[in-house]
Design a binder for this molecule. Structure first.
Ligand code: 1CP
Length: 343
């Protein structure tokens, strides 16, 4: 039986051509995505409409033939499922009701209440399991507890995660309780995604890099380890990708310490450095800078090939270092794939 190449790389196989997919591959840079989102009404209605969410997940697969599809949803659905109010302001981004003290934490729902809200997401996965081409792997995902907590505390994206740091520093006990609640909910959420048909799961810790010293261990590494251990107990054969974005030298040993099968690298680290220091632990994913998808040209080709070659000989999944931006040109995506496959 043919095994999907994404799963082969995650199992530790070095392939002549790495599997390729892109963070935010279903998104506003694609006209077909904008059309489906307009049909859904708004972003959240799209996330909770299984037919349309499956449709936008499939669009980049049809157009580019990526080796993996990532479930279309958002990391902020978990806070909503725990009882926070969530809405999106057009042209600005997500907004959530804030958590400013321990009393408000007490009002959150228990972790096992999340399925009431999140069951449409599991339906999206069931549809995708039926409709994806046989060679395309399906990735489920969730936000990591720290990153999700930064949005729950501030009520929005913040440049420096200041409100979450302030809460943590003022009341570490209450803050730890919030991290624990999100950790438990995330285990249940990812486990249900796997039961529905996700073949890989990825944990997005977009703001891990802002944690220093013991905070990184307590709030990035330890929750990731808890989630991965719990998932491995229930689903020993489902690989996990961890993305502690901008972790810098703390990428070293992160996979070993957490049990992740792969670490995703952002574009602030060099591929040559990561090949030497991080790839020894197992599969790595990354790490082309997303701005090349806007500008394209010879630089895009040269960078995509440099990264492919730097990681060659050991397991690697080609990806961007962060999500593709709405101003990207779809023609550059096709050129990137061609460059990686001919490197
Ligand atoms: O259509 C639109 O205008 C909404 C744009 C959009 C999209 C396409 C948002 C709002 N979320 C998504 C989908 C999404 N988000 C996926 C789907 C699968 C994919 O194609 O990759 C995933 C995996 C996410 C994850 C996500 N959401 C993260 C982690 C990854 C990262 O980019 O760092 C974060 C931080 C979010 C929060 C979020 N959702 C949306 C926005 C604009 C933001 C960032 C807000 C901010 O920090 O200010």
């Amino acid at each position: 039986m043919m095994t999907k190449i994404l799963l082969r790389a995650l199992a530790g196989e070095a392939l002549p051509t790495p599997p390729i997919w892109m963070m935010r591959q279903a998104g506003r840079y694609l006209p077909e995505y904008r059309a489906t989102r307009a049909q859904a009404g708004d972003f959240l209605s799209l996330c909770y409409n299984p037919d349309l969410a499956a449709e936008v997940t499939l669009q980049p697969i049809r157009r580019f033939g990526f080796d993996a599809a990532i479930l279309f949803a958002d990391i902020l659905l978990i806070p909503q499922a725990l009882g926070a109010d969530l809405w999106f302001v057009t042209g600005e981004g997500p907004r959530l009701s804030t958590i400013t003290d321990a009393r408000q934490l007490g009002e959150l729902k228990p972790a096992d209440a999340i399925h009431d809200t999140l069951s449409p997401i599991y339906e999206t996965i069931r549809i995708l399991s039926r409709e994806l081409p046989p060679e395309t792997a399906l990735i489920g995902f969730a936000g990591a507890p720290w990153t999700v907590a930064t949005y729950m505390i501030a009520g929005r994206g913040t440049p420096d995660q200041g409100p979450a740091h302030a809460f943590k520093n003022a009341d570490r006990v209450a803050f730890s309780a919030l991290i624990d609640r999100i950790t438990e909910a995330t285990i249940l959420y990812l486990s249900a995604q796997i039961d529905a048909g996700a073949e890989v799961v990825k944990i997005f810790d977009s703001w891990a890099g802002s944690l220093q010293g013991a905070d990184f261990d307590d709030f990035a590494l330890t929750p990731a380890r808890r989630i991965i251990q719990a998932l491995k107990q229930r689903h020993p054969n489902v690989p996990v990708i961890a993305f502690p974005r901008e972790a810098g030298d703390r990428y070293i040993g992160f996979a070993r310490a957490t049990g992740a099968d792969c670490v995703a690298l952002d574009n602030s680290v060099s591929a040559e450095w990561a090949a030497e220091k991080v790839q020894g632990d197992g599969c790595v994913q990354g790490n082309l800078a997303p701005h090349h998808m806007v500008t394209g040209g010879d630089e895009l080709i040269a960078e995509a090939q440099r990264i492919t070659r730097a990681f060659r000989g050991r397991p690697h999944i080609f990806n961007l270092g962060h999500g593709i931006t709405p101003d990207a040109n779809p023609e550059n995506v096709a050129a990137m794939i061609e460059a990686v496959r001919s490197a």
